[in-house]
Design a protein around this ligand. Structure first.
Ligand code: DGY
Length: 420
């Protein structure tokens, strides 16, 4: 509806800090990696120049080795911890030292295609951002899959974007709670602490940060010393979908050799992801590389591979049926943890709530895999949750209540993309 589209655009304008968009004021006062990629896709619907700009500002944070960090600290702010002084990375513009899901190339393709359709394509800008994305994809395979398995690993739960998901519980419990850095949480001053990660997990997040800072942020040393190492199906699926989009861009930009290189990497990930399907769960599972075991916690990550795979009919239907089961009795789909499971918490960050951007990925995955009806239900559920509760960070799936930060950029972008 126009009224809400106008509100969504107003949120993106209010969260603009000069060509980049903060996720929300105070709680997240810098540029976050995958947030910005989603936001760029929102901008693509009505302001191509601004969409390109969002990715360009993110690219300013790219490291020489190709990594795009999860936070770019363009300007100082005292409302967030851990800030640049804790990360101690050595980049001209201060950044964090870890990364986040590689949605970037998905956004770039969408911007490019919209620009072509509206006669506003900017070849040089597209090419520069394509090169940024290519460097980052190469980094993922080099730094986070050094053994060439096809699945990329996370060394920190924050890299998943799903910070305190039950998927990390077993692996995270092995990480010590002691930190060199004095932990001064700011998030719980902005949002009800009952909705945020627990203190002991927060300490573990900072323990990992301290460890990697001690490695001088060198990827090989981090890989050696990592006390948390998960080959994640959500991140790998996003990498593959973005890899397909990168391959497409290589084609239209006349970069055939690079296209072949990307195609080979994509194929490796495609095969590896397929092997993570577990018929008895009707979903995909990640792998804990340090414990050599499957991550069996029932979370949304198990269905994100639909985004990047063309499943056979029986598998797609089994995944769809399992997803529907999770939605039964919920006011808002899609719960990020299976309702009824011991770790489900309806309001706590990533342990059950519904997130518009996750729904956005799932909707794409369901369409790709012949489940248009369910995709439409999920789309409507997302739209009506936002229209009732506003542009909250996420939603309690049992009551529909908007939770976490308010005036949230990626919820606004998802609304713009999903409302039509
Ligand atoms: C936080 O600080 O909660 C962020 O999610 C880390 O990226």
């Amino acid at each position: 509806m126009t009224k809400y589209i106008d509100e969504a655009k107003a949120i993106l304008a209010a969260n603009d800090r000069g060509g980049y968009t903060v996720p929300t004021d105070r709680l997240y006062p810098f540029q976050w990696n995958w947030d910005s990629a989603f936001v760029a896709m929102g901008f693509a619907a009505y302001d191509i120049d601004r969409a390109y700009r969002e990715l360009e500002r993110l690219a300013e944070g790219q490291w020489a080795d190709g990594m795009i960090p999860h936070i770019v600290f363009h300007q100082p702010s005292d409302s967030y911890f851990p800030g640049p002084d804790v990360w101690r990375t050595d980049h001209v513009i201060p950044t964090s030292g870890i990364t986040q899901p590689p949605v970037f190339a998905m956004a770039l393709r969408q911007i490019y295609e919209t620009a072509v359709a509206t006669g506003s394509v900017a070849e040089e800008r597209t090419l520069a951002l394509y090169e940024t994305a290519l460097k980052w994809h190469r980094w993922w395979y080099r730094a986070r899959d050094p053994e060439g398995t096809g699945l990329v690993a996370l060394l920190h739960p924050w890299e998943s974007g799903s910070d305190n998901s039950p998927a990390w519980d077993i692996a995270l419990a092995r990480v010590p709670t002691v930190t060199q850095t004095v932990v001064v949480r700011k998030d719980t001053g902005h949002v009800d602490p009952a909705m945020r990660p627990r203190d002991e997990d927060y300490n573990r997040f900072i323990h990992l940060l301290d460890t990697y800072a001690d490695c001088g942020w060198d990827p090989a040393r981090q890989w050696q010393r990592a006390e948390f190492k998960i080959a994640d199906v959500q991140t790998s699926a996003i990498l593959l979908k973005a890899g397909e989009d990168l391959q497409y861009l290589a084609g239209v930009l006349g970069r055939g050799d690079e296209g072949d290189e990307i195609a080979a990497l994509n194929e490796r990930t495609r095969q590896a992801l397929k092997a993570q399907w577990r018929p008895h769960f009707s979903r995909f599972v990640s792998r804990d590389l340090l414990a050599s075991q499957d991550v069996v916690a029932a979370t949304q990550a198990g269905f994100i591979p639909l985004l990047a795979l063309d499943l056979d009919e029986a598998t797609a239907e089994a995944a769809g049926a399992e997803m529907r089961k999770w939605c039964k009795g919920m006011q808002v789909a899609f719960p990020t943890t299976e309702p009824g499971s011991a770790s489900f918490e309806a309001k706590r960050y990533w342990r059950g709530p519904a997130w518009a951007i996750i729904n956005w990925l799932l909707i794409k995955g369901l369409h790709r895999n012949g489940q248009a009806g369910f995709a439409e239900e999920l789309r409507r559920s997302t739209i009506s949750a936002i229209e009732k509760e506003g542009f909250a960070e996420y939603f309690d799936p049992k009551t529909g209540e908007g939770c976490g930060g308010l005036g949230f950029s990626w919820t606004a972008a998802a609304y713009i993309a999903l409302e039509r």
